[in-house]
Design a protein around this ligand. Structure first.
Ligand SMILES: Cc1cc2nc3c(=O)[nH]c(=O)nc-3n(C[C@H](O)[C@H](O)[C@H](O)COP(=O)(O)OP(=O)(O)OC[C@H]3O[C@@H](n4cnc5c(N)ncnc54)[C@H](O)[C@@H]3O)c2cc1C
Length: 522
């Protein structure tokens, strides 16, 4: 959609207005649009700006949920993981995990293997294995050897979370759904006690248009209590922050993901190879800061994650100087008053309150299940709409790439198809000389930057470097070194003059330093 067409779009009669452009909102838009609903999604910042670009990026059953007895969530997640591996290949990839079995450490071999057996039954295939210490050390060469008896191996999957949101939105648009970023809901319009639309705030031109819909669905994640408050509902969410580190792969080289129980508090933490770097996470702490600001790791969380790394990989002598970038996300967890944040349940919930349907909690992995659940709840509120709400393949099948794209190897082509779906061919066709090469040190092609700038609703430089691509997390200094070439490719595509580019660069680098770098201080 061209932004100039927005007034006409907002004047249409919508069946549903979805508030929030994270994975939950995107999933609802796709499942609604492909079932014939006229659906509009609005996101106050950038698509995936919220938690959905700040997750641990695992598409997983969640062994820890099994330990907490959340069997339904684990079964559902394992099923969705398998579906995503099949339907979103190139975007969702298998990831092998290794967990060391140490003398005197919990969980021991028996308990862990039992959990993995349940995991395997749920997935309908056997992936678990126990190996002795020598084999384990070969698979994960830098791990702590003292007390190592052997280790457990199992399979999960990983993704690029922001690209997953963008791909879901792209598919939704192919089915007629409309999604607009930088357009927030300022307030709900209520008539006779029923929510019938919203007053919006357009962050691009600072206008305040209105939109009407038969049903408003809030998929605002950790922000959900804000809109719920407008219909008189009491707060229910407990914002919990989880922070991550990114290290260069050469400093923490891993062929497998390594998961471990933190030596201080026994919480599960992990390190795994992601997009050419090593991703380490995560913490689980109450998030007291304003939700208007981007969340950021604290010194305490940094120290906590470094302690885990130093314990698990003592030979590598890792220090804070090795950290390339950091990021933090806020979990929209439903508050049950647990003292320990990690004990709060992670299942999603639906609340229909005075005409506002809110969907919160859950996981990235289960977005399709959550979307279908939301539509099941929405159906009685949409007179005349009946649909088969059984799951469909997550994405429509794509055609193999041809032409210039054949210069790429098979893995690169699969990545592009996974990330860009049917647009991958046009992306390759639009590439200029040398742009089908990767940005050094990453798997991102220069052509993806041109495409993102031209076609993917980029309004600020951080949209391009933190969500359309993840270069701001993968390259030192937020990708400072590639700015000249980035500018040469993207400035014209974005229609920015020199002053705008300079201002965007200053804004982006300030944001990166304050929220994505290693925090300074005591
Ligand atoms: C640290 C951490 C690690 C995680 N790891 C994993 C993992 O490995 N695997 C997994 O499956 N899940 C994981 N999760 C869970 C998963 O990331 C979340 O459940 C999921 O991203 C939530 O998506 P969402 O769309 O509901 O919320 P969000 O992605 O937060 O989207 C909500 C959006 O609503 C927008 N919004 C808010 N108010 C308004 C308004 N008034 N108008 C318009 N827009 C508005 C916000 O800007 C935001 O973009 C993790 C979560 C965290 C915090």
């Amino acid at each position: 959609m061209n932004r100039a067409d927005l007034p006409g779009v907002l004047a249409r009669e919508w069946d549903i207005l979805i508030v929030g452009g994270g994975i939950t909102g995107a999933g609802i838009l796709l499942e609604a649009a492909r079932r014939g609903l006229k659906a509009l999604l609005v996101e106050q910042r950038d698509f995936a700006w919220g938690t959905s670009s700040r997750s641990s990026k695992l598409v997983h059953g969640g062994l820890r949920y099994l330990k907490q007895g959340q069997f339904a969530l684990t079964r559902e997640s394992v099923h969705e993981r398998q579906a995503l591996l099949a339907d979103a290949a190139g975007l969702v990839e298998p990831q092998g995990f290794a967990f060391g079995d140490y003398v005197g450490k919990k969980p021991g071999r028996r308990q862990f293997m039992l959990g993995l057996a349940i995991y395997d039954v749920m997935a309908g295939r056997r992936a678990r294995r126990y190996v002795d210490a020598a084999d384990f050390a070969m698979l994960a060469p830098h791990v702590q050897r003292e007390g190592l008896r052997g280790g457990m191996l199992y399979q999960d999957a990983k993704t690029d979370d922001a690209r997953l949101v963008l791909r879901v939105l792209q598919e939704a648009r192919r089915h007629g759904g409309v999604a607009v970023n930088y357009l927030g809901v300022a307030s709900l319009i209520r008539e006779d006690g029923k929510v019938v639309g919203a007053m919006l705030k357009d962050a691009v031109d600072d206008t305040a248009p209105a939109v009407r819909a038969h049903l408003v669905i809030s998929a605002t994640g950790a922000w959900a209590d804000g809109l719920r408050g407008q219909v008189g509902a009491p707060p229910k969410l407990r914002p919990l922050r989880g922070s991550h580190l990114l290290l260069p792969a050469w400093r923490l080289p891993l062929a497998q993901a390594v998961s471990l129980m933190h030596p201080q508090d026994g919480r599960p933490v992990f390190a795994y190879p992601w997009e050419g770097v090593t991703l380490v996470g995560t913490t689980d702490v109450d998030h007291g800061a304003s939700l208007d600001l981007e969340p950021a790791i604290t010194r305490g969380e940094l120290a906590y994650l470094m302690t885990a790394l130093r314990w698990q990989f003592p030979q590598l002598a890792l220090g804070e100087d090795d950290v390339l970038a950091t990021f933090a996300g806020v979990r929209p967890v439903i508050d049950s008053g647990q003292l320990d944040p990690s004990k709060e349940a992670r299942e999603h919930a639906l609340w229909l309150e005075n005409g506002l349907l809110t969907v919160a909690g859950g996981k990235l992995t289960t977005f399709r299940v959550i979307a279908l659940d939301a539509l099941r709840r929405a159906a009685p509120l949409l007179p005349g709409w009946q649909a088969d709400l059984r799951p469909l393949p997550i994405f429509d099948a794509t055609r193999p790439l041809s032409g210039k794209a054949l210069l790429l190897d098979g893995e690169q082509r699969a990545r592009l198809l996974g990330r860009h779906g049917a647009a991958a061919q046009a992306l390759c066709d639009a590439a200029r000389e040398g742009e089908l090469a990767p940005v050094p040190g990453t798997q991102t092609l220069w052509a993806q930057l041109r495409w993102g700038a031209r076609n993917e609703d980029v309004r600020h430089l951080d949209d391009l470097l933190l969500r359309r691509t993840r270069l701001g997390l993968q390259l030192a200094g937020g990708a400072l070194a590639i700015m000249p070439r980035l500018r040469a490719i993207c400035q014209h595509e974005l229609g920015w003059d020199d002053a705008r580019w300079d201002a965007e660069q200053v804004r982006y680098l300030a944001l990166w330093r304050s929220h994505y770098s290693v925090p300074q201080g005591d």
